[in-house]
Design a protein around this ligand. Structure first.
Ligand SMILES: Cc1cc2nc3c(=O)[nH]c(=O)nc-3n(C[C@H](O)[C@H](O)[C@H](O)COP(=O)(O)O)c2cc1C
Length: 171
């Protein structure tokens, strides 16, 4: 990453979330925590991909919203946009929602010019891994070079810093 301009763009949701054995309320989303680790390791800028209309704090309600949006192939409006043309490398972080990225990440990907850019995806989840997100990123940003992504167990993100460091070193 030396001499490269690096951005960490991530979607993450605080609130009640799925955790092994049940649900738990978290003040900061799992992907947000991983994004901060990557930004610190690479000296990168951080950008939070946020929908204009926030998702429910209640896990079950959020799952229903996510499934509805995915089924409708929705493109939720974002609260803020950034232009990635100032960057060489974009670490793209998101939770696995229903087998792929939350739909605001689709909005984000489609809004950019990815010519000559590198996308390094990282996905927090509870077992589904990156799943369909790899092919969805390739379809939404065909001009970008997509590196091998990293899957992180959301409930163990606090312990993931060394794994993240190794992944970045191998990119
Ligand atoms: C709407 C919704 C759908 C989810 N779907 C999946 C899934 O299909 N597979 C999976 O492993 N985890 C799933 N999860 C769990 C999240 O991917 C996991 O808790 C993630 O770390 C949350 O990241 P965040 O705190 O940054 O939002 C889902 C969570 C939510 C809220």
């Amino acid at each position: 990453m030396m001499n490269k301009k690096v951005l960490v763009a991530f979607f993450s949701r605080a609130g009640e979330n799925f955790f092994p054995g049940g649900t738990k309320y978290i003040e900061k989303g799992n992907t947000h925590i991983a994004a901060e680790m990557i930004a610190e390791i690479c000296g990168a800028d951080l950008f939070e991909i946020k929908a204009k209309n926030a998702y429910s704090d209640v896990y079950k309600e959020c799952v229903a919203q996510a499934m509805q949006e995915h089924g409708a192939n929705a493109r939720p409006e974002l609260a803020e946009m950034i232009d990635v043309s100032d960057y060489d490398v974009v670490f793209l972080g998101y939770p696995n929602w229903c087998g792929t990225m939350p739909m605001p990440v689709w909005t984000f990907l489609e809004a950019q010019n990815w010519d000559g850019k590198v996308i390094c995806p990282f996905c927090t989840n509870e077992g589904s891994g990156l799943a369909n997100s790899v092919k969805d990123i390739a379809n939404l940003a065909p001009a970008a070079e997509q590196k091998e992504g990293l899957s992180i167990k959301g409930s163990q993100v606090q312990d993931a810093k060394e794994m993240i460091r190794e992944w970045i070193e191998n990119l």
